[in-house]
Design a binder for this molecule. Structure first.
Ligand code: B12
Ligand code: SF4
Length: 473
């Protein structure tokens, strides 16, 4: 967004690939400002560590916080000594204006979408209206070393790409509606495909990982995109795309075929829960039956679907009831999850991945407010948010079971378990596969001896190879 004839912006990604802390400190010495983009959680600790070093090298340098955490907690973030200015919501125009204002040493009052500290007082400017992202200039890829951002996806050189900003829906566990007020804007298809051509031709990128909240908004947009992509015959595939069940089920079969023909490999969906009342409570706007139909649809077109499920989502049934009743609700969620998975995969465990999580109260949404009512202790300052605290109503035993399913049972139970898993110790692998399928079928999870064996086995491998258990999968 900055005028390159006046400013020399440096983009430094926090990656272990190079000593980014030192780079930031060095660049900050004669800079106009340091801006950090920080999610809630561990990012905060990392940012504070760097900022402390920067403050030593250049105590007067204005520090700007942008991205999710500062947008959800503008006041609390600015109460910290580690922040001078925050950007709330869409950052492009606000950041540009802040830099220009700082450069002119002009007052920050009136810079829409920002808040700042003056003589110890916190001042919140008015919000900035959400802007169509096609009005922003093309991304200046020359500012980064693209090789540092190339990922490996199933052996392919992969690049992360975002085609749209935000989401028009309002799930009750998500901060999007609070921060971005259900706005949505997508790049034109021509602009996206120009970037993809550049990646494929200039950087030999073979796979695009889509980072959008919700790629499949507007059937006409999707069709046009796929038709153009097919025509261009680019040597790349795309995937890891998030979609919503009900919206995609409404697509015509020809659209599904186009999506498949354009090289899409997989779609990620928030299946969330097997209990309809939970889906309704979190305003998911879909039914359990629709999830089952969605899995069938993707199977029909040879596209992989990755459902994500959450256990321990609180509802109004958790309020003012004894622990025994909460446990009963958790058991209902557990059983309904297996009922749903049986309907989806009872015949074939032909999934690539099932993602399962214990609910963590992330801030900025109605479910988080309910969590506080249910005894969740919210951190009182910026530093406190470095660690995501667990929901107090989810017992350790359930957390352990969730881990067992996520890391062991679901990966091993799938039909194609051997494709992804290491080829050695075949007998042991076969035993894991059979026991995982048996446990799923009988819903018997006590005495998880083979899970303990698996953990010992992956711990030994991690020690020998330095790779984590998830990397082995
Ligand atoms: C892709 C993605 C990932 C990727 C990559 C993450 C990364 N660090 O780049 C992966 C899979 C690794 C990931 C992991 C996690 N993610 Co994630 N992820 C996303 C996703 C889908 C897209 C991010 C993106 O690039 N958006 C597109 C850009 C354009 O939007 P943006 O990032 O919001 O940026 C705009 C503004 O926020 C602002 N802005 C952003 N940065 C900055 C910086 C400055 C200086 C300024 C001024 C402004 C500014 O301006 C931007 C342009 O308008 C978002 C949802 C979403 N759509 O944002 C969730 C999201 C960011 N993830 C989230 C979470 C919770 C996580 C995890 C903690 C999950 C987990 N439990 O492990 C981890 C944390 C990993 C980490 N610390 O980085 C939450 C964050 C909530 C929060 N309170 O912070 C989100 C919002 C999802 C959600 N709706 O709840 N994630
Ligand atoms: S969870 Fe996904 S679909 Fe729901 S509001 Fe958030 S981004 Fe939108």
């Amino acid at each position: 967004m900055l005028d390159r004839s006046k400013y020399d912006p440096k983009i430094i990604t926090a990656t272990p690939k190079y000593n980014y802390e030192q780079k930031i400190v060095d660049e900050s010495k004669d800079a106009l400002c340091l801006a950090v983009g920080v999610l809630t959680g561990h990012d905060i600790e990392e940012a504070i560590n760097v900022i402390k070093k920067v403050r030593k090298a250049n105590p007067k340098l204005p520090i700007i916080w942008g991205s999710w955490h500062a947008s959800i907690f503008p006041q609390q973030t600015l109460e910290s000594e580690h922040a001078d200015i925050i950007v709330n919501g869409q950052g492009e125009l606000t950041f540009k204006e802040l830099v220009e204002t700082l450069d002119k040493k002009a007052p920050l009052k009136g810079v829409l979408g920002s808040s700042f500290k003056k003589n110890g007082k916190i001042i919140h400017n008015q919000p900035r209206p959400f802007e169509d992202i096609n009005k922003f200039p093309e991304l200046p890829y020359d500012l980064i070393d693209i090789e540092n951002y190339v990922d490996n996806f199933d052996g392919l050189r992969a690049m992360f790409y975002v085609t749209s900003q935000r989401c028009p829906f309002s799930c009750k566990y998500c901060a999007e509606p609070m921060v971005f007020k259900q706005r949505w804007s997508a790049l034109s298809n021509d602009r996206i495909l120009k970037d993809w051509k550049f990646f494929a031709e200039k950087h030999n990128i073979e796979f695009i990982i889509i980072g959008d909240d919700n790629f499949f908004i507007g059937e006409a947009r999707v069709r046009d995109f796929c038709e153009k992509l097919i025509k261009m015959k680019l040597p790349l595939k795309w995937g890891r795309v998030s979609g919503r069940v009900r919206q995609m089920l409404a697509f015509k079969d020809e659209t599904w075929q186009l999506i498949k023909d354009s090289g899409l490999t997989d779609i990620q969906i928030g299946a969330e829960s097997g209990l309809q009342e939970v889906l309704d409570f979190v305003n998911k706007q879909m039914t359990v039956d629709e999830v089952v139909r969605f899995i069938e649809k993707t199977r029909q077109f040879g596209i992989k679907a990755t459902p994500a499920l959450i256990l321990g989502l609180p509802t109004d049934k958790f309020k003012g009831v004894p622990d025994k009743e909460i446990q009963r609700q958790l058991d209902r969620q557990w059983n309904a999850m297996f009922d749903l998975l049986d309907r989806c995969y009872g015949q074939h465990c032909d999934y690539d991945e099932i993602r399962l999580f214990a609910y963590d109260p992330y801030p900025g949404n109605p479910l988080y407010d309910l969590s506080c009512e249910l005894g969740f202790q919210a951190p009182e300052n910026l530093e406190g948010w470095s660690v995501i605290r667990p929901a107090p109503w989810i017992p350790d035993k359930l957390r352990e079971r969730i881990k067992m399913l996520q890391y062991f049972l679901f990966p091993y139970a799938r039909d194609a378990y051997q494709d992804r898993h290491i080829k050695k110790f075949k007998l042991l692998q076969k035993f894991f596969h059979k026991s995982a399928q048996w446990r799923w079928k009988h819903r018997f999870f006590a005495l998880p001896i083979e899970y303990k064996m698996y953990r010992a086995y992956t711990a030994a491998r991690t020690m020998l190879t330095g790779k984590s258990a998830t990397e082995h999968q």
